[in-house]
Ligand binder design. Structure first.
Ligand code: GAR
Length: 209
């Protein structure tokens, strides 16, 4: 059974999708053991508490520099015995030390079809604003491993979502969450816990469903 630690910053609808999947028996070989937030006010913490899941808060601004923050976060993740770290709407940049300490054990959900609308500055609603500005007709979501390149790690799962006439960033965000994020994130977590994701020498994943 793998210990899953979920990192959050906000509303936590992706965390809720993971909790629901766990309660529905869709994550057979893993258990969410802790939710760590970068923001003490995050509603995601409430969702964790409502489900009896251990919580912790760690804020970047409480540390002098990235190195100190990274050290504290790695220590916390080690005390929680994390086998899998899921970034579910986590808005703090992780430094190299965190990534190296948990190589190929950190996954992230991003609200576009990578490599479109990703990288530094592309997060949350901004991603959908840019997709609408460009006039793309299809967008979606991506689950990927986290490496040193922002949104550049090996892709695990993607799902496309149609853009409709008259969409606002908020409407599009909701559709991408409902039709893609809340489905592919729990599926990727389940595949990881079942050890069905292989990363080959070219840093490309092969999924053994
Ligand atoms: C989600 O749309 C997630 O994909 C996005 O933030 C939102 C968090 O919502 N993440 C990023 O943009 C990361 N670059 P949630 O707190 O309701 O899960």
């Amino acid at each position: 059974m793998k210990n899953i630690v979920v990192l959050v910053s906000g509303g936590g609808t992706n965390l809720q999708a993971l909790i629901d999947a766990q309660n529905d028996g869709k994550i057979q070989n893993g258990k969410i053991s802790c939710v760590i937030s970068s923001n003490p006010e995050a509603y995601a913490l409430e969702r964790a508490r409502n489900n009896g899941i251990d919580t912790a808060v760690i804020r970047r601004r409480d540390y002098e520099n990235q190195k100190e923050y990274d050290k504290a976060l790695v220590e916390l993740l080690k005390t929680k015995n994390a086998d899998l770290i899921v970034l579910a709407g986590f808005m703090t940049i992780l430094g190299e030390y965190v990534i190296q300490s948990f190589r190929n054990k950190i996954i992230n959900i991003h609200p576009s079809l990578i490599p479109s609308f990703c990288g530094e500055g592309f997060y949350g609603l901004r991603v959908h604003e840019q997709a609408l500005k460009k006039g793309v007709k299809v967008t979606g979501a991506t689950v990927h491993f986290v490496n040193e390149i922002c949104d550049g790690g090996a892709i695990i799962l993607q799902k496309a979502v149609e853009v409709h006439n008259g969409d606002t960033p908020e409407i599009l965000q909701k559709r991408v969450m409902q039709e893609a994020e809340w489905k592919i994130l729990p599926l990727a977590v389940s595949l990881f816990c079942d050890e069905k994701i292989i990363i080959n020498e070219n840093n490309i994943t092969e999924i053994h469903k």
